[in-house]
Structure formats: structure tokens, C-alpha cells
Design a protein around this ligand. Structure first.
Ligand SMILES: [Zn+2]
Length: 64
């Protein structure tokens, strides 16, 4: 069974702001009447996958 939760992370629960942990894209997924997110709400619109979240050593040395 494959479960795709997406790469999005909820930043602000009040506004429903979600940020992709891979490309840092921010979006606001639709919220159901019961207050929960729809299926696929945390899937990056750019198609990032969770495999890209695996930390790479050379990323740690960049940007400093
Ligand atoms: Zn992304």
C-alpha cells in the first residue's frame, strides 16, 4: 500500500498555510467543512516527492 502524504508542512493552522519542504513553495490547500485537509492537500503543486526530503550531506555545507 502506497501512501503519499506529500512534502507540504503546515506552517500556520489558522490560515492553512502549507510550505513544501523541498522547494519552499507556499500554498493554501482547500479545507473541508469538518476542518480537516482534503486528500492530497500536502502534495506539492510542483510535484516534489518525499524521496527528495532525504538529507544529502553536501546540502549541509551550502549557504554558509
Ligand atoms: Zn515542492
Amino acid at each position: 500500500m502506497t501512501e503519499s502524504k506529500g512534502t507540504g508542512k503546515l506552517l500556520d493552522i489558522d490560515s492553512g498555510k502549507v510550505e513544501c519542504q523541498v522547494c519552499k513553495k507556499v500554498w493554501y490547500p482547500p479545507i473541508r467543512p469538518d476542518g480537516w485537509f482534503t486528500e492530497g492537500a500536502f502534495q506539492c503543486p510542483f510535484g516534489c516527492t518525499e524521496t527528495e526530503l532525504i538529507p544529502n550531506e553536501h546540502y549541509q555545507d551550502t549557504g554558509r
